[in-house]
Write a protein that binds this ligand. Structure first.
Ligand SMILES: [Zn+2]
Length: 380
């Protein structure tokens, strides 16, 4: 068991279960056949769920000392993650990509097989040469943050014209364009829908560019992606699949699930869930896990971001199980994203146990997603 998982619940008391042998898909293990220790027979039976090692195609790891905690935590649940570049200063050059990747690898526990996938931030005036250098440094995606749309995005482009040379080169070289699809000039709940016109414009102007619309929050955006060509895909977060705006502010204000794009209605959440359950390769998981220390979140100017890395996988297993769609989970977590980015399928597996546990109120100095809630699955 990777160090650190005991913190999250029932790991130390788990019944020893057999290994999951299926190569593809989620696999339920019959505990009656897999209990090795006869002394444990008197304990309640628990099911196990084997999954291919999940990928996370949208992650914020931050910088400095805190990054060590966040990187190690992410590596307990995921084999690879696309690391977002909106640090200060931004990851926007071949040098900064190389340095950041080295820092992340150095932060990991010894023997960790976690692989950071690198992205760079598109800044106005970026040249084709800059782009090629980023690709040579290992970046697989460039991130478009409309100026002012979210954390550390003031320096982003105000229109695609400002990064047209880089987008030309990305289209040419197959580097994926990841878009934070919100128009910061629109009213806050309408920003995503308002930005879809710009995505349409980018798709028309760059007809071969591969595009991921990040962290969908509305039914309209889900329909937009579903009806688009195969080169258009989207990430879905755990928090947009679990919560609505009423969970955030219908009662007392919960700053720990305040995020960009803002959580929307139950109808929007339903559309996002149907996209995740659909088995369409256009929709895959990106946590957008974005930790902010508790004192910053519980302040008069709480920043957007949900720390979902520690709890996303157990929470999603519970959601997919409750909806009778567990068979769709491996594709969503571990196949479609890799295929879209042209990466090898994940190697390795994780195993979850059916085991009620209550998510701690704080992990790594941050209030995590589902804090205080009871979840039905936990890491084996
Ligand atoms: Zn993000």
């Amino acid at each position: 068991m990777p160090k650190g998982r005991d913190l999250l619940g029932c790991g130390g008391k788990a019944i020893v279960l057999g290994r999951v042998k299926q190569a593809k898909g989620a696999a339920m293990v019959d505990p009656k056949e897999s209990i090795r220790d006869k002394n444990l027979k008197a304990r309640p039976e628990r099911s196990a769920l084997g999954l291919p090692m999940p990928d996370d195609f949208h992650l914020h790891l931050r910088q400095g000392e805190a990054m060590v905690l966040y990187a190690r935590r992410e590596a307990l649940s995921f084999g690879r993650a696309l690391v977002m570049p909106n640090t200060l200063p931004p990851i926007a050059s071949s040098e900064s990509i190389s340095i950041y990747k080295k820092q992340i690898l150095a932060a990991l526990s010894e023997g960790s097989g976690f692989e950071p996938l690198m992205s760079f931030k598109l800044l106005p005036g970026m040249s084709a040469e800059d782009l090629r250098a980023c690709a040579e440094a290992g970046a697989i995606a460039g991130k478009y943050y409309p100026s002012g749309a979210t954390t550390n995005a003031a320096d982003g482009p105000r229109s695609p014209d400002e990064v047209s040379e880089a987008l030309d080169a990305m289209e040419e070289s197959g580097i994926v364009l990841c878009i934070h699809g919100e128009d910061p000039e629109a009213p806050s709940l309408g920003r995503e829908i308002a930005f879809l016109r710009q995505v349409e414009g980018i798709m028309t102007r760059w007809p071969r560019l591969k595009i991921v619309l990040e962290h969908l929050s509305t039914a309209e955006a889900a329909a937009f992606v579903a009806s688009g060509p195969p080169r258009l895909a989207a990430t879905l977060t755990a928090h947009h699949l679990l919560y609505t705006i009423d969970d955030m502010l219908g009662g007392s204000l919960n700053p720990h699930i305040f995020c960009k794009p803002i959580l929307k209605s139950a109808a929007d959440r339903r559309a996002l869930r149907l996209a995740a359950f659909s088995g369409s390769p256009k929709f895959f998981f990106g946590s957008d896990s974005a930790p902010h220390p508790r004192n910053r979140k519980e302040s008069a100017s709480a920043p957007g971001g949900v720390y979902s890395a520690p709890t996303a996988i157990p929470a999603l297993a519970g959601l997919f199980e409750a909806e009778g769609t567990l068979a769709a989970l491996p594709g969503f977590l571990a196949q479609f994203g890799a295929a879209f980015y042209g990466l090898a399928s994940p190697s390795g597996y994780i195993e979850l146990l059916k085991c009620d546990w209550v998510v701690p109120g704080e992990i790594d100095g941050v209030v995590p997603m589902c804090a205080g809630e009871k979840l039905a699955w936990n890491f084996a």
